[in-house]
Design a protein around this ligand. Sequence first.
Ligand SMILES: NC(=O)c1ccc[n+]([C@@H]2O[C@H](COP(=O)([O-])OP(=O)(O)OC[C@H]3O[C@@H](n4cnc5c(N)ncnc54)[C@H](O)[C@@H]3O)[C@@H](O)[C@H]2O)c1
Length: 341
Amino acid sequence: MSDAIGWGIVGYGWVARDYMAPGISEAGHRLVAVSDPGETSRQAAEAVGARAHTDLAGLLGEPEVEAVYVATPNHLHREAVEALAAAGKAVLCEKPMAASLGDAEAMVAAIRAGGIFYGTAFDQRHHPAHRAMRDAIRRGRVGDVTTIRIVYACWLDRAWTSFAGQDNWRIDPLKAGGGALIDLAPHGIDLVDFLLDESIVDIAAMTQARAQDYAVDDGALLIGRTEAGVLANLHVAYNCPDALPRRRLEIVGTKGSLTAVDTMGQVAGGTLTYTDGASGRIEPIGFDGDASPFLEQVRAFGSALRRPAEREAYSAERDLHTMRLLARAYAGCRDARGTDR
Ligand SMILES: NC(=O)c1ccc[n+]([C@@H]2O[C@H](COP(=O)([O-])OP(=O)(O)OC[C@H]3O[C@@H](n4cnc5c(N)ncnc54)[C@H](O)[C@@H]3O)[C@@H](O)[C@H]2O)c1
């Protein structure tokens, strides 16, 4: 069987059109079909040679579709994943897994019942710089990791949409499940797990509604601690002008530190350096600066679809734990759109 996977996509909006479809094509896989009720989105899919259906039933009728990427607004992940699991399709579903913990729990039950191969689309695991950081940690370069510091922020105002006239569902608490915290913090929480091979177990957060005029948080600070005692500090925001420094990942250890700048996000590139803890000397660490995390994510998922042993890198239970952490983080917030939970 060829390594080229036939993909379907549910929800052909911004991330599917700009990042996943190019990743599928660069990996040598094939985008067979999409389902999307939006005419503009269907036209965009047809423009790259995919068949476009208005609903999921049409997509499920496509025998060449082996794996399906779900990239609808968050509150619609559940219904798509449940239907795909019942149909026995492999699923790569965008983060956050769902808009609510209850939906995520139902999804994991459906995944188990269907016995399907499932992954949440944590593309940041696949950024070549982040893979190099994980390798460096494993080789002992930073010594014992004490702290991970992450900044992942952007500007997202009321008028923000990926297509003109499209719904800005991210500022609707029922559709998004929250604001900057639920949208951006899953990447950092999952990266901690990826880099250290252990999950955050304790978490707390403070949200704000400082600069934007909508009903969800526009910024949050989170603090977490892993079972072994590593501290994680995440700053996520929708209120940071895009031209400011806003994408940074630092690993601090007893012998040195690793700093990645402009690697968090959907695109290739950024920089990675090692700082020696004894001398303060800074040296660059090389990585493939041309491979986007989406390309690498498609390659990894496709490879695991063909080689079941590689599926160990994916875990719906771990992703459900991330959802539990997000719910706990919001539950502890008494202010600024983190309330009423
Ligand atoms: N990993 C990342 O870096 C990343 C980046 C952006 C978005 N995302 C995630 O991807 C998902 C989509 O985000 P986006 O920015 O592309 O949103 P978007 O609003 O640009 O696109 C959503 C698409 O879903 C379609 N849609 C709505 N209802 C549907 C249904 N019932 N069935 C099929 N399609 C339906 C819309 O018509 C639209 O085309 C979200 O879960 C988001 O959190 C992840």
